[in-house]
Unconditional design. Sequence first.
Length: 732
Amino acid sequence: MGELATDIQFLPGVGPKRAALLKSELEVSTFGELIHFYPFRYIDRGSYQKIAEVEADAAYVQIIAKILKVTLYGPSSSIFYQAGLGGVEKNSFPVDSKGQQVIKFNAVKRMSVIVSDGTGEMEMVFFKGVKWNFTKMVPGQSFLFFGKPQAFNGRVNIVHPDVDPVPQDAGRQGGSTLTGVYNSTEKLKNGGITAKVMTKMMSAALNAALPEVQETIPDYIMKQMGLVPMRYALKNIHFPQDMNALAKAQHRLKFEELFFLQMSLLKQKYIRSHGSRGIMMPKVGDAFNKCYGSLPFDLTGAQKRVIKEIRSDMMSGHQMNRLLQGDVGSGKTMVAVLSSLIAYGNGYQSCIMAPTEVLAQQHFANVKKYLGSTGVECALLTGSSTAAERREIHKGLEDGSIGIIIGTHALIEDNVIFAKLGLAIVDEQHRFGVEQRAKLWAKTTDGVPPHVLVMTATPIPRTLAMTLYGDLDVSVIDELPPGRKPIETIQIGQRKRGGLYSFMKKEIAAGRQVFIVYPLIFEREKLDLQNLEQGYEDVVKAFPLPDYKVAIVHGQQTNEVKNFNMSAFAAGRAHILVSTTVIEVGVDVPNASVMVIESAQRFGLSQLHQLRGRVGRGSEKSYCILVKDDKISKESQKRLDLMCSTENGFVLAEEDMKMRGPGDLEGTQQSGLPVTLSIASLARDGLLLNEAKAMAERVLEADPLLQAPENASIVAELRKAKYNIKDYSKIS
Ligand code: ADP
Ligand code: MG
């Protein structure tokens, strides 16, 4: 009993030391967690290669071969010992009193074993475990060698192969030949947890804990979906009987993950839309109508549709939780303003939170412009607001005289108190943690949470959006305001730099401005900064004063310096802005018509797309110039080609996800996946995700509170810590 929860250290062969390693490296600390640590791929041990056919870049090969020669090397490849088919050929180790050679393994640098299978010869190399393997490596003996081949000095060898006896039925069918390969780390291997040890541990853990494993998915769903039982799945995911059993196990476990992910998200959404109270905002109000009537342009169809969606949320009596996706320049700010005015018309305040000071300022300027005719008071609160300004604003928020407040994180500080907060808008969601969003939601006065609108310009592939924001309703602005000229995107090599500079000069002479962006990737921050500074000097040399002014902005500057330089560019006092990706988010300089991206191959597609969106905001024709380094990978080239072929952010996001895999998206860019997926993949399992979602919806539709006895196993599973997704709308 209780095997599932038993500490991993009590598994035979583990102990406290290895247990600590498993915990720190794999986050595995119980038997139960171990059996849910799945192989990431499989090797078919039933198929063997011939040495003549082995290629250096194969992931793994398996050969049966006879040992021809064994050599122990000392320092600088001096030969200590060598034995061939005819016996020992060289042995320079000392002899003990009985005349026996004493092999000093401590002095041995590596062991080389030459093997042959009749089609060719190959070298097996051991740097570690020499003493142990040496006893087995007797010339004339045959073994099953298994490992990753690599090219070395023009030949192919395998370092540290697995060495096993030749199986009786080698090459013949029957019995299981599939072996799982588990993700490992250097630390695990050094700690003795080799692939073999891992397999042994898994076998022991399954033996002990499998009988306790409970079915998580109700019978009726198992039948409908044709799923195999959990125990069968676990056994076969680790030790597949055959390909077919493996496929069934994978299908079951993937469905499991996606289903419970959807359940945990949808459950909240259901509770919110059916249960929780939201502020009722039945009116539109004068301010909205005034603003709408005085707009210098017509709203696009997409803007109108989205405003309708938001309005119907706000008058529903339930809390709105909506994600608004729209490409840069699609007019999200307008939507934010009109939504705020609906809140205003119903006697509530709104706040608009931006990720950076520059963006907050820009929003403030735009919003003020739109509010001109309405008389609604609006204020800006950021980290650089003075104490006096703060006092004034805090007062205005508390007494309700400020209708719309715009700001940065300063807005969520505890001493900011609203008279009646009715709508919280968060711009560029991916820069904000969920926890920070939650703090905003908590700024409620009477226990009813404000409506929430999250805006993002990062197009998110549909499958990812379904998962990341399963608990949000999604609106999309998929139409740009009319009159936008397409941005011409081209790629050039380093040699074309001269031509690029003359082109920039022509544009500047015509009154335009130019962005030049350098890559900045965290791990190499110092190096990147050097790149940037070098780049800046080159640009200043090519564009000298007094004819040209060049500003520079990067993340290592103080906010003051950053703002000063950025404002100089925004106000047209500088012709060129050299920067890192800090300008990625939202900056609006309509007069800038050229975006130059240096070492463009180092950026992801989504990021390139974001950067390109910084130009093309005015009425002039705009250009995005991707400067690439001389030698770039095929994959990078494909990305750049794609950038040149389309401006559609959703197309690019889908491609980005396909090319990079969602791992990257989930991990680095789109943090916030509530549950870690260990076997399902959002990129590859889109169809299954749809099925899982549909099934979850059907279950909740029929049994909203999951009270039916047949759904008890779902409730039990959702109670587990890993699905403990906080309902942030409820935090106060
Ligand atoms: P986003 O925040 O989605 O990147 P903005 O709201 O900043 O886009 O809008 C970009 C520009 O387009 C702004 O200058 C805005 O005034 C303008 N704009 C917004 N909606 C329209 C429209 N329907 N027609 C014409 N121009 C618009
Ligand atoms: Mg914007």
